[in-house]
Design a protein around this ligand. Structure first.
Ligand SMILES: Cc1cc2nc3c(=O)[nH]c(=O)nc-3n(C[C@H](O)[C@H](O)[C@H](O)COP(=O)(O)OP(=O)(O)OC[C@H]3O[C@@H](n4cnc5c(N)ncnc54)[C@H](O)[C@@H]3O)c2cc1C
Length: 386
């Protein structure tokens, strides 16, 4: 075992131990009530796992993306739902690479201590959808502040976050030569802004995801909260997106491994016609297929994470990692439900919950078709289709 693998295996063991103190009944209950798993997020924060990417000089553990991927994978693999807090890692792609020193000094130590949460990422809008460059939320500079108006949708964890990274247009689309120009990213201090230009409305969904709509009405944001240069925000968000895709990929691998473990145990133990159902190839083969798909996806996640860590281009690998892992986890989830027969539908087996949860990752943060469009255009050099 290399030093790198040994370090990651120690991290995995510690995260698995923490997750074991949150039994499946905890996840059933939070899911049933659509309650934010605040206790779990607190425990992860106190153990330092959510600030693992923050450099040591700002109070974090200074670990890299492969370690963050291992942490999130382990959370999902334990049967938990890390969606309550994973964004604190995604957002670091943008923050660490593009925030100025003053912003880092102001926010990172407090995030590392758990005094502030950076869990909200406001990109998607109701009328723009996948076409990020057509967002309408606009930020207008007035002296030393920006006034931001518009609407975001699917801004997850907004009610449970102190800070949000927000994408807004600072130059109208008609006035820029490239439609991805003229977008800017801001750090919004949400608690102070609530009721003063910021309103949040929860959206109930098929999973426990604390997702919301966010309304912005002349919200005042100090100019010092602009990240990097005005108008260059799309590029900063892209850096965050690659990290996000890799980390989602790791979470899907974790889900898939949970489904495979659960299905294997059940197939060995459930007796029908006087023998274990797992003795039938019709039950074994789908488990073996899901295992193969998961191991292949895990290799792509590992490769993408390492490229990102080394500062190398990793757009194709990040997209493939996310897509292959999302497909593997869905395949494993479907297999696990089928292996459990009717019991797969019963809440107490946790399969139906994980099945619902893992489905999200074929739609968010980027849907399957758009990953395929990206590969067709940017890797295979086929004509742009949209
Ligand atoms: C639970 C949940 C949590 C989320 N959390 C966040 C968050 O925290 N922050 C945030 O900013 N966003 C978040 N999102 C939004 C998510 O990123 C978007 O839902 C996703 O990017 C897809 O956008 P859309 O829903 O507008 O779909 P649309 O863009 O309307 O697309 C609908 C369908 O059409 C397909 N499609 C569209 N255009 C094309 C094309 N040219 N070619 C082929 N197919 C096409 C898409 O693949 C998709 O299947 C979340 C979404 C959900 C459901």
């Amino acid at each position: 075992m290399s030093v790198r693998e040994r370090d990651l295996s120690e991290i995995r063991d510690a995260v698995a131990k923490l997750c074991a103190s949150f039994p499946m009944e905890y996840w059933r209950e939070t899911d049933r009530e659509r309650r934010y798993p605040a206790e779990f997020v607190r425990a992860l924060t106190e153990a330092g796992w959510l600030s693992c990417l923050i450099p040591e000089e700002y109070g974090g553990a200074g670990l890299g993306l492969p370690a963050a991927a291992a942490i999130l994978e382990e959370i999902q693999r334990s049967g938990a739902n890390g969606a309550a807090c994973h964004a604190q890692m995604y957002t670091m792609g943008t923050v660490l690479r593009h925030c100025g020193e003053a912003q880092k000094k102001k926010y990172l130590p407090r995030i590392a201590k758990g005094e502030l949460r950076l869990q909200a990422f406001g990109i998607t809008e109701p009328t723009a959808g996948t076409d990020t460059s057509s967002i309408r939320t606009a930020a207008v500079k007035k002296g030393e502040r920006y006034l931001i108006s518009g609407q975001k949708v699917w801004t997850s964890r907004a009610e449970h976050s102190d800070l949000m990274l927000l994408l807004a247009r600072t130059t109208p689309r008609e006035e820029v030569s490239k439609k991805t120009d003229g977008l800017s990213v801001f750090i919004v201090e949400m608690k102070q802004a609530l009721g003063k230009g910021l309103a949040i409305r929860p959206i109930r969904t098929m999973i426990n995801h604390a997702t919301t709509e966010v309304f912005l009405d002349n919200l005042e944001v100090p100019a010092e909260n602009l990240i990097g240069e005005e108008g260059k925000g799309f590029r900063y968000i892209l850096d965050g997106m690659n990290a996000e895709r890799i980390l989602i990929g790791a979470e899907c691998v974790g889900d898939a491994r949970w489904f495979i473990g659960k299905a294997t145990a059940y197939a060995n133990e459930r007796k029908v016609f006087g023998r274990a159902i797992g003795q039938n190839q019709g039950v074994q083969f789908p488990i073996a297929r899901a295992y193969m798909a998961t191991e292949a996806a895990a290799l792509m996640v590992e490769r993408a994470a390492q490229l990102y860590e080394d500062g190398k281009p990793c757009g194709p690998e990040s997209n493939m990692a996310k897509q292959l892992a999302a497909e593997a986890s869905w395949q494993a989830g479907d297999m696990c439900l089928q292996t459990h027969g009717g019991f797969g539908f019963a809440e107490e087996y946790d399969v139906e919950r994980k099945f619902r949860e893992t489905r999200l990752y074929q739609v968010a943060p980027i849907s399957t078709n758009l990953v395929l469009c990206y590969l067709a255009e940017h890797v295979l050099r086929l004509p742009r289709s949209y």
